[in-house]
Design a protein around this ligand. Structure first.
Ligand code: G1P
Length: 292
């Protein structure tokens, strides 16, 4: 069955980015020259997704405006003959069909995904966490969809991490079944190196069977009162097989200030127009008091 829908959870407060996120959504922070969330939307669209359900909360209306038409701006750009910009702006509003769903309380990622149940219905669907930017020849979610098609099961994306990563991500216990495919046996949310099953971490891309909604409803809140998607997938493991996939490509973490700055620089360095001036800056060893 073709997966046509994606869910993008974007309801969090973005506390790690305060004060930048006091009056603007974290998902709208600029990365090189477009907002963070646009990377996930484009990845989904490039993977064949047609409808995108964005989970939002109060204060997130800039996301809706970004993917909407903007007649005044379009008129202005047309008059000024800035046709390149006009095309870019129009393209954004034509990317996909968007649906916005409110999560009224911050009750965790699992709960946020559950908010999409009526949007998704009883089909398999994908989830993209916008903090992660994937830069891959074949879009990351497309790689997972291929595995989903093969096994007709839930698939999560995996990456090998160091000890620091074991504190930041969900970690899986699994059996390798081919070079990049793993059959998941168990998982634990951010265990740290001492309790980690392995060095295989879960990143922010998932393809779920609709059964996950029932599992989320049966998941108890964690010590912080949040319903974690990792705990719901553990329940799902008792009912259905779950596969992990070591993706091919690069991934940039935009989850906190330092990671975000590093991700922005690395992505900018990939652009021919920024590569040389930025490289020069590093060679000069950046004196922040020097404006010359
Ligand atoms: C979530 C998941 C975690 C996963 C991570 C990937 O955590 O709960 O298992 O490793 O995304 O980015 P969060 O970053 O929302 O705390």
């Amino acid at each position: 069955m073709k997966v046509c829908k994606a869910v993008i959870p974007a309801a969090g407060f973005g506390t790690r980015f305060l004060p930048a996120t006091k009056a603007q959504p974290k998902e709208m922070l600029n990365v090189v020259d477009k907002p963070l969330i646009q990377y996930s939307v484009e990845e989904a669209v490039d993977s064949g997704i047609e409808s995108i359900g964005v989970i939002t909360s109060r204060g997130k209306s800039a996301i809706e405006d970004h993917f909407d038409i903007s007649p005044e701006l379009e008129h202005f750009l047309e008059e000024k003959k800035k046709l390149d910009l006009l095309e870019q702006i129009r393209r954004i509003s034509n990317l996909a069909e968007f649906c916005y769903i409110r999560q009224k309380q911050a009750l965790g990622l699992g709960h946020a995904i559950l908010m999409a149940e009526s949007f998704v219905g009883s089909e398999p669907f994908s989830v993209l966490l916008p903090d992660d930017i994937f830069d891959c020849e074949v879009p990351c979610i497309k790689q997972l969809l291929k595995i989903h098609q093969k096994y007709n099961a839930t698939v999560i994306v995996l990456m090998r991490v160091d000890e620091e990563g074991m504190k930041k991500y969900g970690i899986v216990k699994s059996k390798q079944i081919s070079e990049r495919v793993f059959k998941v046996e168990d998982m634990v949310e951010k265990p740290g190196p001492r309790k980690a099953f392995s060095n295989l971490a879960i990143l922010g891309r998932y393809v779920f069977t609709p059964k996950i909604f029932e599992m989320i409803k049966h998941t108890s809140p964690d010590h912080r009162g949040e319903i974690q998607i990792t705990d719901a997938i553990r329940l799902l493991l008792e009912e259905e097989p779950v596969y992990g996939y070591l993706f091919e490509g690069n991934r940039y973490d935009c989850g906190d200030k330092l990671d975000y700055i590093q991700a922005s620089l690395k992505l900018a360095l990939k652009r021919p127009e920024f590569k040389e001036p930025l490289s020069e800056l590093f060679i000069k060893n950046v004196d922040t008091n020097d404006n010359s």
